[in-house]
Design a protein around this ligand. Structure first.
Ligand SMILES: N[C@@H](CCC(=O)N[C@@H](CS)C(=O)NCC(=O)O)C(=O)O
Length: 254
């Protein structure tokens, strides 16, 4: 499981000017209270311990999509058993850690309000687990001590090919409509282009690129990750679609 540790974060910070706001959040490990909060609320008690340059914005993205309001927790009081982020607390002493478990928890909170049936919940939850257990290790190759050194998306991969096939038949992963399955899967894919901005995906997986661009363009993504990250992702994916990225590389060879 990839850790967005100090070395990786430096990569993000140095890879593009687009990430300067992200890198600020990283150093302090504190979530800017306002940028990550959604305005409408079904609950006021959700508290997220996280930081902008980690994977915790994916939790904010999920909350934004579900219209759940999340407050930023004081990281010096982070109750995660291993001191990691993200970590979520709720009313009645609820404590949830692991980003996938947090997405499932938010999904079930929304389901309480009658938004999703069991069948959809099961599928969404399966995709959330797949994103963490199978997609993350493909997206981020790590040294034995857990440092990200490359992405598996530079080469063909049968699981990613299958994902592309699925997305050629449907705009989103579950029932053709956007869900937390897409938050989980697209978050990792979009982290890849933040870590490795030169990676070219369109020649191998055009449907995934279309999907990533669609997901990155969502209001909830921009609110959670910040406008600059959003603008960078959408622009980079647009370049891939138009072949501009490839041209740049060709020029670079001469
Ligand atoms: N599998 C966990 C990974 C959590 C994780 O590695 N978080 C990183 C930030 S993205 C962290 O807290 N790193 C500091 C540490 O491990 O002490 C999840 O998905 O929540």
């Amino acid at each position: 499981m990839v850790r967005f540790g100090a070395a990786s974060l430096l990569l993000i910070a140095s890879s593009a000017a687009a990430f300067s706001s992200t890198s600020n959040g990283l150093t302090s490990y504190r979530t800017p209270a306002k940028s990550n909060q959604s305005s409408t609320s079904l609950s006021m008690a959700l508290t997220l311990y996280g930081s902008q340059g980690s994977r915790s914005p994916l939790v904010n993205w999920a909350a934004n999509e579900l219209n759940l309001s999340v407050e930023a927790g004081d990281l010096s009081k982070n109750p995660h058993p291993f001191g990691q982020i993200p970590c979520l607390t709720d009313d009645n002493g609820v404590l949830v850690f692991e980003s996938g478990a947090i997405l499932n928890y938010l999904q079930s909170k929304a389901a309480d309000k009658g938004m999703h049936g069991d069948k959809k919940m099961a599928e969404v939850s399966s995709w959330i687990s797949w994103a963490n257990a199978s997609l993350d290790p493909i997206c981020f190759l790590e040294t034995p001590d857990g440092k990200v050194y490359d992405t598996g998306l530079k080469n063909q991969n049968k699981r990613i090919q299958r994902l592309d096939d699925l997305l050629s038949k449907s705009p989103f992963l579950v029932d053709g409509e956007f869900s937390l399955a897409d938050v989980a899967v697209a978050s990792y894919l979009l982290y890849v282009i933040q870590f490795f901005p030169d990676v070219e995906l369109h020649s191998k997986w055009p449907n995934i690129v279309r999907y990533m661009k669609e997901c990155a363009g969502r209001e909830g993504y921009g609110k959670a990750f910040g406008e600059r990250v959003q603008a960078f992702c959408v622009a980079r994916l647009g370049e891939m679609e138009s072949g501009a990225g490839k041209e740049k590389k060709l020029f670079g060879m001469f």
